[in-house]
Design a protein around this ligand. Structure first.
Ligand code: C2E
Ligand code: MG
Ligand code: MG
Ligand code: MG
Length: 288
């Protein structure tokens, strides 16, 4: 009978749930340690200008070099970093590393004009965001006009007045504001009128819809037309093949990123790519 009641107690916790809780606790303590021990690092994925097949800049993407588990990607930890309240620390680290690296590359003579950094909603809402951002620019010497801040639509559901003021302040310095993963969030199209935005990044799920040469299929052509009529710049992410390149070129969407050109790379590899720019040229594809 004693054994039975023991079992009954255990039943309260489904075994897989217990394992999940333990994993989460482990992850949380690992994140705290990772911040202290600087296990994070920034990778760079090139932006390619289709008009001249040239690298004009990069998006900074954080990576976690876990001492036991190896490299961990942000989709697996950013959310937890936010929950633990250490996103400001991580965000500062990414911004500082990327600005420092970019300034160094520019001083070395590489013609890079656009560094894009993902900034989470909590980071942007921090009262000292602007102050810290200015310090980082001053310290690294990277001109503000090189920087694009990528935000997701979730940023735009908060205090609109404050966000608009912040965007204007950043823009007056020369910084550009991009909406990342456009079309995947909850917000209405109304915010495109309401908020001062410079760039719209078409989410890779819409680019993946381009599967042949038909010029107006799918949501992607509607998104492009809308951005163009609002005079927003467009960046296409997730460009993976000849079709994508060909299609975007026809639509005059010239700034692209994706595995067709390069995955995000550690700094040394990105630098090598800059030195030997043998980017793939897309093959002509049959059109109707
Ligand atoms: P994102 O900002 O939309 O970044 C693009 C993601 O798409 C990156 O994933 C990139 O590696 C991936 N990607 C690029 N080209 C292709 C392609 O051709 N095909 C496919 N299938 N994927 C492609 P990653 O690096 O794993 O980052 C995931 C997300 O994590 C980012 O999405 C961004 O939202 C977030 N993130 C990354 N770094 C940071 C950071 O420093 N701070 C914050 N707050 N978020 C970050
Ligand atoms: Mg991004
Ligand atoms: Mg994106
Ligand atoms: Mg995306």
């Amino acid at each position: 009978a004693a054994k039975q009641s023991n079992n009954a107690k255990v039943q309260f916790f489904a075994p897989e749930m217990e394992a999940k809780e333990i994993r989460l606790l482990k992850l949380e303590s690992d994140i705290h340690r990772a911040i202290k021990q600087q296990q994070f690092s920034v990778h760079y994925q090139p932006f390619v200008d289709l008009k001249n097949n040239r690298i004009i800049g990069a998006e900074a993407l954080v990576r976690w070099y876990h001492p036991k588990n190896g490299i961990i990607y942000p989709d697996q930890f950013i959310e937890h970093v936010e929950k633990l309240g250490v996103i400001v620390e991580l965000g500062d680290f990414v911004l500082l590393s990327a600005c420092k690296q970019f300034a160094a590359w520019r001083r070395a003579g590489f013609d890079l004009e656009k560094l894009s950094v993902n900034v989470s909603s909590l980071q942007l809402q921090h009262p000292k965001f602007l102050e810290r951002f200015r310090h980082i620019l001053q310290f690294t010497g990277l001109p503000a006009h090189c920087i694009e801040i990528e935000i997701t639509e979730s940023v735009l559901v908060g205090d609109a007045k404050r966000t608009i003021r912040l965007f204007r302040e950043l823009q007056s310095m020369g910084v550009r504001i991009a909406i990342d993963d456009f079309g995947t969030g909850y917000s209405s199209l109304n915010y495109l009128k309401q908020y001062p935005i410079n760039v719209l990044k078409i989410d890779k799920s819409f680019i993946a819809e381009i599967i042949d040469a038909s010029p107006n299929s799918g949501l992607v052509s509607a998104i492009i037309a809308m951005a163009q009529s609002l005079r927003l710049d467009i960046v296409a992410e997730g460009v993976e093949n000849d079709w994508h390149v060909h299609y975007l070129q026809q639509k005059q969407v010239n700034i692209v990123q994706g595995y067709f050109y390069s995955k995000p790379l550690p700094p040394q590899d990105f630098e090598q790519l800059l030195e030997t720019p043998n980017l793939p040229k897309h093959k002509a594809v049959a059109t109707h």
